[in-house]
Write a protein that binds this ligand. Sequence first.
Ligand code: URA
Length: 212
Amino acid sequence: MDDGSLDLTLVTHPVVRTRLTALRDARTSSVQFRDLLTQLTGMLMYEAMASQAVTAVTVQTPVGPCDGVQMTQPPLLVPVLRAGLGMLDAAMTAVPEAQVGFVGVARDEETARPQEYLVSLPADLRDRPVVVLDPMLATAGSMIHTLDVLARHGATDVTAVCVIGAPEGVAALRESGHRLRLVLGGLDEGLNEDAYIVPGLGDAGDRLYGPR
Ligand code: URA
């Protein structure tokens, strides 16, 4: 962990940066947006899974035995509804062994505070790697709420994958005291008065699924 309990990885690969640029573009249609988010999630997931524990196995190739590995403990993927759903298919493609749980948190537009409306998780998450999926880390209110829920279920090995983060959200995560690996595709300037990330990409849920 690089500072306190937060281990931050900012992915600066040129392919990530080009896809992120297109994702941000206000002219990008919902169809293109979903496709770009899928591509980005796949790339960020590889980074997120880089330190996963593996166990040795042997397979038979057509030519002979070959030593390989399998995941010791496949992760639980937890998309934070609704925008995190836009990352789920790509995360499952990256880690087909994974199982899936759900946390639904809506942002109160008056207060920008998280409102929980769904928790669907295995009761016991001890010794289970968990990967939280949410494209936008703004105030980190939804993320900290999700981390609180996961902690109540016993989770101690948690990675969050976000496409864009704000420095305020990263600072709030550090202050929350949760032990967390955080993988970001971009770290922006900050938040505006409506708690949107600047320059960001607008409302990720609206861009994926249309305005509410
Ligand atoms: N959620 C979003 O979808 N966009 C932001 O900029 C902040 C929170």
